[in-house]
Design a protein around this ligand. Structure first.
Ligand SMILES: Nc1ncnc2c1ncn2[C@@H]1O[C@H](COP(=O)(O)OP(=O)(O)OP(=O)(O)O)[C@@H](O)[C@H]1O
Length: 256
């Protein structure tokens, strides 16, 4: 579904992502892991059109994404959440999800300005759909609450609802469990399985919570200093000396 070849991103003299090759199959749950500064978010930013790669190719369902702006990538069916939650904090939960949908609703400028019946009808439909997504992530009772007043776990779920509202084929989650308590993390795990199974979604997550990653991922890619140092199933990654070294230093490998 997603084929990334020889992807590189340089920021001046720093190579944040270096010649990375990754393939992600439809309907899988995949994790991208690696120590801080390994290049994981930069990698997501290239897929989603935030950064243009210095070189390399990103093919999504046999179409190149390189050079597309974020809204165009989203229209192709790739949605994401952010490491630092990016909600409109003074808007309600429902309104935040509606924002996610608007790029898919084609209003003419005139119908928007004049609030013509077509505009009103589409807005009503959007509201219903947004509510459905809130229900899906278990936030329907909080639909009218300001996003900024929601608990941390609820805000992360709201970001997921907003991403789902764009009806993606692939969902990229950047540290979805960061700051969550164990109960919220467990609920998140169930939600990820549910999204894959009910919505046929391909899920790619960047995550530091190793327990979650090892439990949920079918396949993992490991980045370190911008390079892919390993890939495989959880059991292979857990025992890979290069991965242990990247996380814990060389001494951890020699003493293991
Ligand atoms: N816009 C930018 N300009 C310059 N350097 C950047 C930029 N974005 C990222 N970097 C650098 O690229 C490297 C990789 O950063 P990135 O955020 O992709 O790592 P990460 O694996 O997501 O880290 P973390 O787990 O801490 O979020 C880091 O050295 C970072 O400082």
């Amino acid at each position: 579904m997603l084929k990334i070849s020889n992807l590189t991103k340089k920021f001046g003299g720093l190579t944040a992502v270096c010649d990375v090759n990754i393939e992600i199959n439809a309907g899988t749950i995949t994790a991208i892991i690696g120590p801080n500064g390994a290049g994981k978010t930069t990698f997501f930013n290239m897929i989603t059109g935030v950064y243009t790669p210095t070189s390399g190719q990103i093919m999504f369902q046999n179409e190149s994404l390189v050079g597309l702006k974020p809204h165009a990538v989203s229209r192709k069916g790739i949605a994401r959440t952010f490491q630092n939650i990016r909600l409109f904090s003074s808007m309600t939960a429902l309104e935040n999800v509606m924002v996610g949908m608007h790029q898919h609703l084609n209003y003419s400028v005139l119908s928007t300005l004049l609030h013509l019946p077509t505009y009103k009808k589409k807005e009503k439909m959007a509201m219903k759909k947004a509510y459905k997504w809130l229900e899906y992530v278990g936030l329907e009772e909080l639909y009218n609450e300001e996003a900024g007043c929601l608990s941390y776990g609820a805000q992360r779920r709201l970001e997921i609802a907003r991403a789902l509202a764009t009806e993606p084929k692939i969902l990229l989650l950047d540290e979805p469990a960061a700051g969550m308590n164990p109960k919220e993390t467990k609920d998140l795990t169930n939600l990820i399985y549910q999204m894959r199974d009910d919505l046929n979604l391909t899920v790619v997550l960047i995550e530091h919570d190793m327990k979650l990653v090892m439990e949920i991922s079918e396949y993992l890619f490991v980045l370190d200093h911008g390079e892919k140092i390993a890939e495989g199933k959880p059991i292979e990654i857990r025992n890979n000396p290069k991965v242990i070294e990247a996380y814990l230093g060389k001494s951890a490998v020699t003493t293991a």
